[in-house]
Design a protein. Structure first.
Length: 117
């Protein structure tokens, strides 16, 4: 089903004092605006979803099994399915994450790793 949405109208979900997000889903794909304050840590985790991370503002350092990647303004990192990864915000950052399939744990609140300070 087709839908037109506005990020301005999507409620922002605060996960911890340094991390919040907005989510839009289709049937098979999910996109999220993730707001990270400088020093915010996304603990190491993995998921079946392929992930595309695009940073329109700020700077993230992601750690994957094959090394560290700094992803800054205008850059995109593709993270394959089931690859362990973590992130640290080196600046206040707006991160756009695209997932396929949809991250059901994000929709059901079973993403405790993000809800810790």
């Amino acid at each position: 089903m087709m839908s037109l949405q506005s990020w301005k109208e999507i409620p922002e979900e605060r996960l911890n004092p340094k991390l919040s997000r907005k989510i839009i889903t289709g049937e098979k794909v999910m996109v999220a605006q993730v707001f990270l304050k400088k020093g915010s840590v996304v603990p190491s985790h993995k998921h079946e979803s392929e992930q595309i991370t695009y940073v329109p503002e700020g700077l993230l350092e992601l750690t994957l099994p094959n090394g560290k990647y700094r992803v800054g303004e205008g850059q995109v990192l593709v993270i394959p399915s089931n690859v362990e990864h973590s992130a640290v915000a080196l600046e206040d950052t707006l991160d756009m994450d695209i997932f396929s399939p949809i991250r059901e744990d994000w929709l059901t609140g079973q993403d405790d790793y993000l809800r810790r300070e």
